[in-house]
Design a protein around this ligand. Structure first.
Ligand code: HEC
Length: 250
């Protein structure tokens, strides 16, 4: 009896030690991924100041979904608030435009990279990589025109499920998704060059716009021609889907 108890105790101790080792490994691996630094240049773009451009920027912020995640007034809100998964804020952009320089904002939005080199998470940067300087300039002009209002600051705290998801590749950083999109776009462009049939025109010529405006990233129909159009973005696990997955899991 004594012996059986000793055996049981040894098994329990071994299981607890293995569990702790596993948890430590998941934590360390997720931390390593979160701290990864991305080298992306700062780019200056013109920011218009006229009222027509500012009004158009407000419209673009709506159709591109900024006002969906960051709220209609762009003052931000918790996107995920679940201690097991994550506590993640889509921050108050009326404060962000006063916190960062315009080239830093451009790099966050189009490349998913913060001033400290780390990636943002669940921000839809891979959709915005193809945004033209003119359109992004108008969006920034609109955000600059808003008075600073109260709203949540950036917050990204991962719970055990969030860390596990990052470790096994279920959740991918915005900067990594932008790079995946770059390579898919390059592959798509070279396929298009080889293709003997002319490609159907895309609405405004950029995939993020047609993707958000249709309300479905999976759409392969071009609104201008009705013919089939393959967009590399539609095949990606995008940040917004990630946000929805996080929201659904929480
Ligand atoms: C799918 C939801 C989503 C959409 C759409 C989205 N964002 Fe974000 N954005 C986020 C989240 C979440 C963060 C915070 C990420 C983090 O902390 O890692 C963020 C961060 C940012 C930041 C950094 C803010 C700071 O103070 O650190 C800027 C700037 C930003 N977004 C601008 C935009 C703009 C402009 C658009 C539209 C062109 C947009 N976002 C669309 C979710 C979104």
């Amino acid at each position: 009896m004594h012996r059986t108890l000793r055996w049981l105790r040894n098994i329990v101790v071994t299981l607890v030690v293995l569990l702790l080792l596993f948890a430590a490994a998941v934590y360390a691996r997720a931390e390593w991924i979160l701290r990864r630094s991305y080298d992306e240049p700062l780019v200056s773009i013109p920011i218009p100041t006229d009222s027509a451009s500012i009004a158009e920027g407000g419209r673009l912020a709506l159709v591109h979904g900024c006002r969906g995640c960051h709220t209609n007034t762009l003052t931000g809100e918790f996107l995920v608030d679940d201690p097991l998964l994550a506590r993640l804020v889509a921050p108050n952009l009326t404060a962000s435009v006063r916190r960062y320089s315009d080239p830093e904002l451009v790099r966050i939005i189009r490349r998913g990279v913060r001033p400290n080199g780390r990636s943002v998470w669940a921000m839809a940067s891979e959709m915005y990589a193809p945004l033209s300087d003119a359109d992004l300039g108008r969006i920034l002009a609109y955000i600059h025109s808003l008075p600073e209002a109260p709203g949540p600051d950036p917050m990204l705290r991962l719970g055990p499920l969030g860390r596990f998801g990052i470790t096994v590749g279920q959740f991918t950083s915005a900067a990594a998704l932008v790079r995946e999109t770059d390579s898919l776009t390059a592959a798509g462009a070279s396929r298009a060059r080889e293709s003997p049939t002319p490609r159907a025109p895309t609405w405004s010529g950029h995939p993020a716009r047609s993707a958000t405006a249709c309300g479905s990233r999976g759409s392969t129909r071009s609104p201008t021609s009705g013919s089939r159009r393959v967009t590399p973005l539609s095949s990606l696990p995008t940040s917004s889907r990630l946000a929805r997955r996080w929201a659904a899991a929480s």
